[in-house]
Design a protein around this ligand. Structure first.
Ligand code: FE
Length: 334
């Protein structure tokens, strides 16, 4: 029995090792392809979300990759070995802006490159952006109708550097914009299923303000600041700060006042703060638990997660929120 067990363990280990090597190899190939000589337009994005939009607009006419991969935190990303090569090989560099990429080494490159473009520059600040404690919230991708405003401008940027394929870029951009606006309406309708008394979202960090304003709040709340009461997080706009007992206490108080029974973990954020929140709520005699599955706030999911690709990520997040908050309303814990 022992030998059989050891054999099965070895088979499992080898399978996981080969799968891991294969995944790593694909990532390396993607980066290597980018720095190899090519006649195609080379587009480097900071995040995988922007890279996904660029890929759908550029299709076969471009070579593309992103600097910040996997579940790395885009807020505090600093350049690593190999990034300089990617940047110097890029014809165009596209980033989010609004202070998302605030790691000093990356910020310096973005601000000083003549071929860098922030997608947030294509949006009207007064109507679009959310401010938290005087700081602009960079998580614009959480509202499909808002990020859709960046799609045609991305098409124009690609066309500026590669006029030969302008027609295809603009056609692809228009199709992507249409898909994003259709999904925006679909998610809006899906989230209307959640009773408004359950529409209170507690997440790890402040990544879901745009999502809340667009999809969780009542129409009447959007024109004022009333919608803000519908989401809270113990960590701020960037999940890289230290939390005080006061921060945790504020979330517990919020959860108890609005009857929040589930708090949503995020794929790339440590769960310690939310575990403390749940523990204290339970000590106070109320129901609380972590979400069964994490939300994707700052990053897309890995292949097989159901959240790979920007549109899939938005669908996934909406499904998880509907499932959990609807059960919450029925009074059953997950
Ligand atoms: Fe974030």
């Amino acid at each position: 029995m022992l030998k059989k067990g050891v054999f099965l363990f070895l088979v499992l280990f080898v399978t996981m090792f080969v799968a891991s090597c294969s995944k790593m190899s694909k990532k390396e190939n993607s980066s290597q392809n980018f720095v190899m000589p090519s006649d195609k337009l080379k587009v480097l994005s900071t995040t995988t979300i922007i890279d996904d939009l660029v890929a759908k607009i550029g299709k076969e006419h471009i070579v593309h990759t992103s600097l910040i991969t996997g579940q790395l935190d885009p807020h505090s990303y600093e350049l690593v070995k190999g990034d300089d090569d990617k940047i110097s090989n890029a014809d165009v560099l596209i980033y989010n802006g609004l202070g998302l990429e605030h790691g000093a080494s990356l910020k310096y490159q973005l601000e000083n490159a003549e071929n860098s473009y922030a997608i947030s520059d294509s949006m009207q600040a007064d109507e679009a952006f959310i401010f938290v404690d005087g700081q602009v919230d960079p998580h614009i991708w959480m509202d499909l109708s808002l990020l859709a405003k960046a799609v045609i401008p991305i098409g124009k940027i690609l066309a500026k550097y590669d006029p030969q394929h302008e027609k295809q870029y603009m056609q692809n951009a228009r199709e992507l914009e249409k898909s994003m606006l259709a999904l925006d309406k679909h998610i809006e309708a899906s989230l209307e299923k959640i009773p408004k008394e359950s529409c209170y979202l507690v997440t790890s960090h402040d990544a879901f303000y745009y999502f809340t304003r667009r999809y969780l709040a009542k129409e009447s709340e959007r024109s004022s600041d009333e919608w803000r009461k519908r989401c809270r997080a113990p960590e701020g706009l960037a999940p890289d700060g230290q939390m005080s007992p006061k921060d945790i206490g504020a979330i517990v108080e919020y959860a108890l006042s609005y009857g929040v029974q589930v708090v949503f973990t995020e794929s790339n954020v440590n769960q310690d703060a939310l575990r403390k929140v749940v523990k204290i709520i339970k000590q106070k005699g109320s129901l609380a638990d972590l979400s069964r599955e994490p939300l994707y706030g700052d990053t897309m999911g890995e292949v097989g997660s159901g959240a790979e690709g920007y549109l899939k990520m938005m669908k996934y997040n909406s499904r998880i929120i509907v499932e959990h908050l609807c059960k919450n309303h029925e009074g059953s814990l997950l």
